[in-house]
Design a protein around this ligand. Structure first.
Ligand code: IMP
Ligand code: MG
Length: 181
């Protein structure tokens, strides 16, 4: 692994450099464009998926719309509890639509498990998940995830949308928090 590109004391090892993000996002956009010739509705989960979905949608070549949801999962800064509250719902119904949820990271999977249940009940034609990152070691529920950017080790990651207490979302790469922070 290369050294961290930033000197912030909270930040440790680079998990995904900017160039790798750029390359993988292009690959995902091309797969999605092939799989949805009829077009797709991207549902991005605020706030972490914002940089990812912005880069992804600009490389999708089929008709593409975007909507947003914000959820809060009760728990500590680094642990999800599985109890999820919808802070901002979709602007429009998704019945009869091909929906692709765009997430920053799947950790325990509990947030997405809840979201899938909630969105499925609204009867979209199809419902799939595209997550930039996944931490397989931490999974507590089985989830059908159609598109994954990168598998990362069991470390708390920040950057490219991911935060710790709202910080570091603006980094152009993904970096692990220092163990001692
Ligand atoms: P889950 O419900 O445990 O899968 O957690 C999902 C949410 O927790 C993600 O959408 C993130 O907002 C947050 N999260 C989980 N792991 C990380 C991480 O390593 N860095 C930053 N946020 C994380
Ligand atoms: Mg977060």
């Amino acid at each position: 692994m290369e050294a961290a590109a930033t000197t912030h004391p909270e930040l440790g090892e680079v998990l995904v450099p900017a160039a790798d993000l750029e390359r993988r996002v292009s690959e995902l956009a091309s797969e999605i464009s092939t799989d949805y010739p009829q077009g797709v509705l991207l549902v991005a989960i605020l706030k972490g998926a914002v940089p990812f979905v912005a880069d992804l949608m600009r490389q999708i070549t089929v008709p593409c719309e975007i909507d947003f949801m914000a959820v809060s999962s009760y728990g500590s800064a680094t642990d999800s509890s599985g109890v999820v509250r919808i802070l901002k719902d979709l602007d429009s119904p998704i019945e009869g639509r091909d929906v692709l949820i765009v997430e920053d990271i799947i950790d325990s999977g509990l947030t997405l498990h809840y979201l899938l249940k909630s969105l499925r009940s609204r009867q979209p034609t199809s419902l799939e998940v595209c997550s930039l990152l996944t931490k397989p070691e931490r999974r507590r529920v089985e989830l059908p995830v159609r598109y994954v950017g990168f598998e990362i080790p069991n470390e708390f990651a920040v950057g490219y949308g991911l935060d710790i207490n709202e910080k570091h979302r603006n980094l152009d790469h993904v970096v692990a928090l220092n163990d001692d922070s």
